[in-house]
Design a protein around this ligand. Sequence first.
Ligand code: 26Q
Length: 816
Amino acid sequence: MTVGLEFDQLQSSADALRRSISNRLMYGVGKDAVTARPQDWLHAAALAVRDRLVQRWMVTTRRQYDQDAKRVYYLSMEFLIGRTFSNALLALGIYDQMKEALADVGIDMESLIDLEPDAALGNGGLGRLAACFLDSMATLGIPGFGYGIRYDYGMFRQRIVNGEQVEAPDYWLHAGNPWEFPRPEVQYPVHFGGRTVQRDDHVEWIDTQHVNAMAYDTVIPGYATDATNTLRLWSARADEELDLSAFNKGDYQGAVETRNESENVSRLLYPDDSTMAGRELRLRQEYFFVSATMQDLIRRYLRTHSTFGRFSEKVAVHLNDTHPVLAIPELLRLLVDVHHLPWAEAMGHIRRVFSYTNHTLMPEALETWDLELLARLLPRHLQIIFDINAAFLTEASDQGAHDLDLIRRISLVDEFGHRRVRMAYLAIVASHTVNGVSKLHSQLMQRDIFADFARLYPERFTNVTNGITPRRWLAQANPPLARLIDESVGTNWRRDLLELRGLRNLRGDAAFEAAFHAAKRCNKVRLVQRLTQRTGIAFDPDALFDMQVKRIHEYKRQLLNVLHVIVRYNRIRENPQSDWVPRVVLFAGKAASAYRMAKTIIKLINDVAEKVNSDPAVGGRLKVVFVPNYGVSVAELMIPAADLSEQISTAGTEASGTGNMKLALNGALTIGTLDGANIEIGESVGPEHIFIFGHTSDQVDALRASGYRPRQIYEDNAELRTALDQIRTGFFSPGDPARFLDIFHSLVDWGDHYLVMADFAAFIAAQEEVDRRFVDVAGWTASAIENVAGVGQFSSDRAISEYASDIWRVKPLDMG
Ligand code: 26Q
């Protein structure tokens, strides 16, 4: 006779938490108060929090089964989660209690929080978007699963040595990861190589090598709800059987060596430099994780269904860019070759379950894979892609596309030069919906890169403007402002960000404006303290904090920002007596390790910083700071302290941007081009509260078409010429005068592809306007408040609601 399991009901009080932490420290970590290091306390506290999440997790999972809910599978090569500890505390509503519990045992929670390494399994915007979406899906009760790769090494850590970027590996798991549950019982084989043979009624893929994908699960808590979701990440495990046969042949070392090699597939995150590199291991990664994911979702579906008849009613698969697009041929292969569905039926399921988000318009960044590589690594999938292509081209011809040139243009196989498969086209052809990430981006996507497809399938294309989670980017990152907003419009903005509109009722309320200004100042002081600690640089919290924080890339135009800094510096030196508005220009961001120009830009920023910061004539009225190792946690520290948000990409290049939303939500005013989501931000906050400058995307096209001549601008604009000559002649790099020649030439002589020169004068003028506005403290604060009040629609909750109703057709779980 059994009596069944009994669990402790875990409470939220400080006392209950203290007891949990004690138990977890003793029985989970194996330490007591005498031997525990801060790391051990964090681990114990994290486990105490995780225990409280697990209860909710079980409830949600049970409800999903009981309600036979449709599930969303969000496939992404990147999840830029950052830290989990305080995020989970806020979701559970036990932040203060935990603080008290830890204080009771003599531990300062704030310093524990800083010990947690970021889960930096992403490069930038696309990866962070996936993390914000997980947060929103859980909060809204959408049954959603994130699927990706558990990289051993996340985004590299950046140090700045002599002004240059130095990369160090990010072995984020070194102290163990208290948030994940290893699932050794959930493993799938993933095959590579081999060949295909045609049997009577089906194809077999044989003589392959394989590696196992093992699942690691992380609970994703919803905010103030019992609903949770799961992030399932795959890690490569060499197959045991493979070892056995090698051992039996007596080759012990050889067996262990191949083990290591096959496990490389989940070793590291590839850095993005926005050009397609075509590395074989990257292709292996992409296939590895989608194969495991498709096997897993089929198994989950078949647990409660005996046929595939209701597959598309129960499953939605979303592709975060083309990186997971091999999920399409993989699911077809599994349905046709393994589950023996007729091709047409399988194809019907595919078209009803897949949707795809595009994140870039830049042709050089669109994924294509060499046909020979695909043939060698994934021969069966290549056949399937050919079959999809043949059916698609036939369908297109039936619809009147007889033009041979058109057929060549839309073919999934690029026949020009080395034959390659165009992954975006595969995604479009096999998906029911394709979306861009801002209004402008979605328009240009249909007008330019996917024009032929938008004509063939106009109903397939749509827009869902990106969003960010207010839980992390306001409640967690900016406690002073969050508290003030709570006191002013209540606390429900965490779940309905449009409630921030209520702040407009406080227009002209001097006390509120003063409190708002004080909250901003508090964040600026916090940033100064932390940076002074870390880098030794001191600066004035009352100066204008001007921030450009994002990946370093030519299209984002950090160079335009640097040119403004140089011009300002020259003006101050020429006119030292003038009352210059004190400014701190902060940069942060990583350059892809192979992207030479981006690394040179970092060096230039640091060389300019050294010159400007040490010049007594400047007298501290201009400072330039490069903050190392930008990532989620550094962003949480920096963004709340910004006065000015630099969003200055060449119009038509930044698909959306999400940093722009985070900064506006934290009360920074944007200086920006009419690019990506800047346009919608401007419409929401009002033209008086944003500084728009520069060529529009149409003007960019026209300028390029009419023959752009950057050297002419160099010759005509004396201030610009001076600044560029300083760069060219080593004014900022006296020890190595030729250091920045390439930068000079790229702007003046090699075409200035991103139109830095064309937007220079307008940018300087806009910066002058910024100065004039900033000295009016009340006016500036009022505009900052308008920004906070106006950006409610950029919540990822709004974005996810749109995906759920218009694309995935899923409803929130009934949580009873
Ligand atoms: C591809 C192939 C091989 C190696 C790396 C990659 C790769 C990795 C990451 C390509 C692209 C990325 C990331 C792209 C990205 O972050 N895009 C950004 O997505 C944001 C969310 O939609 C937008 O807001 C930004 O505008 C967009 O740049």
